[in-house]
Design a protein around this ligand. Structure first.
Ligand code: 5GP
Length: 120
């Protein structure tokens, strides 16, 4: 497991050292607008705990934190009115996944038909 880097931007957002446009905020998780939208709706959901990626979260987070993360993803989709039209959730992990920010995050994308998942 790679060591958590406190200086990553999402940790700064959690600590309110950097601003964000909040979509949902609760004890264990936070959702906010992605700064560089890849779809009409592009929200990021993160756990507030220090987890680098999905593997570190699955291995170390409490069941409460894990439940909160999943529920907050869905709550964010609901807040953005995506439940009836549909949406996509993506978690990039590690280098082949092209993960840029080393704090676990789920992308919640929607607002139009997103096409096939991976370009062929
Ligand atoms: P990754 O490639 O790690 O899965 O996605 C990182 C995401 O974080 C990108 O979509 C990028 O636009 C977003 N991002 C990077 N820095 C910031 C920031 O300071 N604020 C917000 N709201 N999003 C950011």
């Amino acid at each position: 497991m790679s060591e958590y880097n406190d200086k990553n931007v999402f940790n700064q957002i959690i600590k309110k050292e950097l601003p964000c446009n909040e979509v949902e905020n609760n004890e264990n998780s936070l959702s906010f607008e992605d700064i560089n939208k890849q779809a009409p709706v592009h929200v990021l959901t993160i756990p507030k705990g220090k987890y680098t990626n999905l593997e570190s979260f699955a291995s170390n987070a409490s069941n409460e934190e894990i439940a909160s993360f999943i529920k907050t993803i869905v709550k964010s989709a609901k807040n953005k009115d995506l439940l009836s039209s549909g949406y996509r959730v993506i978690i990039n992990s590690g280098s082949d996944g092209n993960q840029e920010v080393p704090h676990l995050h789920a992308h919640v994308l929607g607002g139009k038909n997103l096409g096939p998942m991976i370009k062929k």
